[in-house]
Design a protein around this ligand. Structure first.
Ligand SMILES: Cc1ncc(COP(=O)(O)O)c(C=O)c1O
Length: 463
């Protein structure tokens, strides 16, 4: 990449971390400038925002990915959590290539959707019926519609800070508008149909279900953002009881946790039988895809014969790419590998080692931060209120939602960038996932990168 394509340092920005980033990534800087002319903020997903710009990736394999400038990253973003087998798993890519060569869109039923559905049913005990969608957002949209139609009730209960995709019912109270007012572009009536509850507070839930007007409660069953704001299993059990007692449906949103927390998701691991569940990410093996699973009598509202037989009006559902053959190929391949056993456990064991190693690094550097999480997830807590914590003994339940949802934005952004400079890719919130492709060498490299990143932050007075 020629020097002419290098972005000049932003005016007034004399950060050594930013300078090091610009120095390493002239090709990404060039693409970021072109993207800025095309896309709002130059990006295609809010979670991909990096200050001043992120890496443009051209290739990925196993636990690593490479940008246009040839820099290698240990990949903890894992395709937004979709890749528990690692990038470009050979069985998945071979199946995709084989199927793709035969056609990508038949506009008809095809054998692979049956194989994919059977793979889901094998892993998910509560999946009496399945309907494929093109994304997790579409899956939660359908689950809510099914719940309203089935119960005849108008409202949806959600938990503050929980993410269920970006459709109109899911925006209030996720990252903002915790008072229940609509986010821009969402009808007031839609926001009024959402009852926001405090995560982990069963008394709040019970009080708000008492009116009997809530069709369903939807929850990220191991807490917001794969346990970044954790929830106790007892809370999910209590939620199951409270919903049953009031004729309210329980929707476990397993989009991010499904096939990762355990092969059958959080519901199967905790022995909780939901009325409906929503799935995506790992479900489709790294390609677009989602689904709703659950009780037959509820999903039968989509059935041309069963709905009228039950004296119900059928719910329409189209979707050009529902169960498309390429996603079905990748998804069935991934789920069949997971069904062989050991995948979730292996990724979780790696994450446990990583969390412990990173906490040692933080302790050695004398910072009151912590790395925590469960299963194959990990999150860096930057301790915005200066709590007296020690990395190894940090209790994530002792922290308030406010501290999780209002992290120190500048420090978080600079640490993310410093980690990128040192070859580590995390989510923007400094969370990550491990896959079966991550090794002890990746863990050691990540710890060294964190140490170097902390020293870079220290050098410019950020910590
Ligand atoms: C728990 C949860 N639900 C729903 C979604 C939305 O899924 P998608 O991005 O496939 O629309 C996500 C995405 O991150 C998620 O984590």
């Amino acid at each position: 990449m020629s020097a002419a394509l290098r972005a000049p340092p932003a005016a007034g920005d004399n950060s050594g971390i930013v300078a090091a980033w610009r120095d390493r990534t002239p090709g990404s800087a060039h693409l970021a400038r072109e993207a800025a002319d095309l896309f709002p903020s130059g990006i295609t997903h809010d979670g991909r925002l990096v200050d001043p710009y992120g890496p443009y990736i051209v290739r990925a394999q196993g636990a690593h990915k490479w940008d246009v400038d040839g820099n290698r990253y240990v990949d903890f973003y894992g395709g937004h959590g979709a890749l528990i087998l690692g990038q470009a798993h050979p069985v998945v890519t071979a199946r995709v290539a084989e199927v793709e060569a035969q056609g990508t869109q038949f506009g008809a039923s095809h054998p692979l959707e049956v194989r994919w559905g059977q793979a889901v049913k094998r892993l998910v005990p509560s999946a009496e019926r399945i309907r494929f969608t093109s994304s997790g957002t579409e899956a939660t949209l359908m689950a809510v519609r099914l719940a309203r139609a089935f119960t005849g009730r108008p409202k949806l209960m959600r938990f503050k800070g929980h993410f269920h995709g970006w459709h109109d019912h899911m925006t209030t109270g996720f990252a903002s508008h915790f008072d229940g007012t609509p986010t821009p572009g969402v009808l007031a009536g839609v926001a009024e149909g959402v009852v926001l509850a405090e995560p982990g507070d069963i008394a709040d839930v019970t009080a708000k279900l008492a009116a009997g007007d809530v069709a369903a409660v939807i929850v990220e069953p191991n807490g917001a953002s794969f346990g970044q704001v954790p929830l106790r299993p007892e809370f999910i059990a209590a939620l199951r009881k409270a919903t049953e007692a009031t004729g309210t449906l329980l929707i476990l949103d397993e989009v991010i946790a499904g096939f990762r927390y355990s092969p059958g998701g959080v519901g199967a691991a905790l022995g909780i039988v939901p009325d409906l569940s929503t799935w995506a990410k790992i479900l489709a093996g790294g390609l677009p895809g989602g689904c709703v699973t659950g009780r037959r009598d509820i999903l039968d509202l989509l059935d041309f014969a069963a709905a009228p037989a039950a004296k119900r009006e059928k719910i329409g559902h189209q979707g050009t790419y529902n169960a498309n053959p390429v996603s079905a190929a990748a998804g069935s391949a991934a789920l069949e590998i997971i069904a062989q056993g050991g995948v979730c456990e292996r990724a979780a064991a790696t994450a446990a080692d990583l969390r412990a190693t990173l906490n040692d690094t933080i302790a050695e550097e004398g910072l009151a931060w912590a790395v925590y999480g469960e299963s194959s997830g990990w999150h860096i807590f930057l301790n915005p209120k200066g709590r007296d914590i020690s990395p190894e003994r940090f209790d994530p339940f002792a922290v308030t939602l406010d501290e999780y949802k209002n992290p120190p934005a500048r420090l978080m952004g600079r640490l993310r960038l410093a980690l990128l400079v040192n070859g580590i890719d995390t989510s923007g919130r400094l969370s990550g996932f491990t896959s079966i492709a991550h090794t002890a060498e990746d863990i050691a490299h990540t710890a060294a990168a964190l140490r170097e990143s902390i020293r870079m932050l220290r050098a410019e007075g950020e910590v």
